[in-house]
Design a protein around this ligand. Structure first.
Ligand SMILES: NC(=O)c1ccc[n+]([C@@H]2O[C@H](COP(=O)([O-])OP(=O)(O)OC[C@H]3O[C@@H](n4cnc5c(N)ncnc54)[C@H](OP(=O)(O)O)[C@@H]3O)[C@@H](O)[C@H]2O)c1
Length: 256
């Protein structure tokens, strides 16, 4: 008598309610502006509640007003552990977490002060690490974390080695946390240059030079929009079988 072959269980279809954002709590530290704010708008459009974090109460209140009743906010500084702990303390459950917060200096090793050289790690790397650590006990088993990296980690556009290393380290952190936190999924988004809030705040000459270089060096010969990066993040929140991955919405920059 032959044993019948094993029958695979049903494959959940993509886009079922279990993978949707309706009534889920999405925490966005850095969500008062830029990519985080576009994620907030897309998540609220999908039926989520969003909790915004950042350092400026005024900016957070303005952002929350633009999102309506689905948004709440609280001030937080990701470089300050007690402040991060106080941010997460009142939250009962976190379904999805993204931290775009970070303020850092970028430049050549031989020109930056030690403090400036360390700033991407202090703010962007350890800020995200500690945010995930504090959120971990509250993360839903079918929830997810998206870490923010950047295409400069795979292809530095100029001499800024500590910043490149920070982004590469975040991609490794994503793989490590995916193993530790499973079944919670952990993924990384590594955007190319975005024509948005971050660059609008930088000096015009540096911005135009960086934009021209990026248009030349990427396959699609244009910059990203914040909404295109937010769309990639929403995919990572929603796809129940993606974990430990890095997604590169960079117009093909890292291929050239
Ligand atoms: N835009 C790009 O071209 C690009 C490309 C690749 C990667 N990235 C990455 O994306 C992230 C920036 O996102 P973005 O482009 O959307 O820029 P953004 O608009 O400047 O967003 C950053 C947000 O983080 C908040 N923030 C900064 N430092 C903080 C801190 N210490 N604690 C808490 N909140 C803080 C800011 O608000 P407050 O100042 O009010 O706190 C702001 O709302 C960075 O990690 C950057 O490396 C961006």
């Amino acid at each position: 008598m032959t044993t019948p072959p094993p029958v695979p269980g049903p494959t959940p279809s993509v886009g079922t309610a279990a993978h949707g954002l309706r009534d889920r709590t999405v925490v966005l530290i850095g969500g008062a502006s830029g990519i985080g704010l576009r994620v907030a708008h897309q998540a609220v459009a999908g039926g989520a509640r969003v909790v915004l974090g950042g350092r400026s109460a005024e900016r957070l209140a303005t952002a929350a007003r633009s999102l309506g009743d689905a948004a709440t906010w609280r001030t937080v500084d990701v470089t300050d552990r007690p402040s991060l702990a106080a941010f997460f303390e009142p939250l009962e459950r976190v379904d999805h977490l993204l931290t775009t917060a970070g303020t850092y200096q970028v430049g050549p090793m031989l020109e930056l002060s030690d403090e400036d050289a360390e700033s991407p790690f202090v703010s962007k790397f350890w800020g995200q690490y500690h945010a995930v650590r504090l959120a971990a006990p509250k993360l839903a088993a079918d929830g997810s974390v998206v870490l923010m990296s950047g295409a400069a980690g795979a292809r530095p556009p100029g001499p800024a080695p500590a910043y490149a290393a920070c982004n590469a380290a975040l991609e490794g952190l994503g793989r490590g946390l995916a193993v530790e936190l499973a079944p919670v999924r952990v993924n990384v988004v590594s955007p190319g240059t975005v024509d948005g809030n971050l660059w609008q705040g930088r000096p015009a000459e540096a911005r135009e030079q960086a934009f021209a270089q990026y248009r030349r060096d990427t396959l699609l010969h244009r910059l990203a929009t914040e909404d295109e990066i937010a769309h990639a993040i929403l995919y990572l929140f929603g796809n129940g079988y993606t974990t430990g991955s890095t997604v590169y919405p960079d117009g093909g920059y890292t291929l050239r």
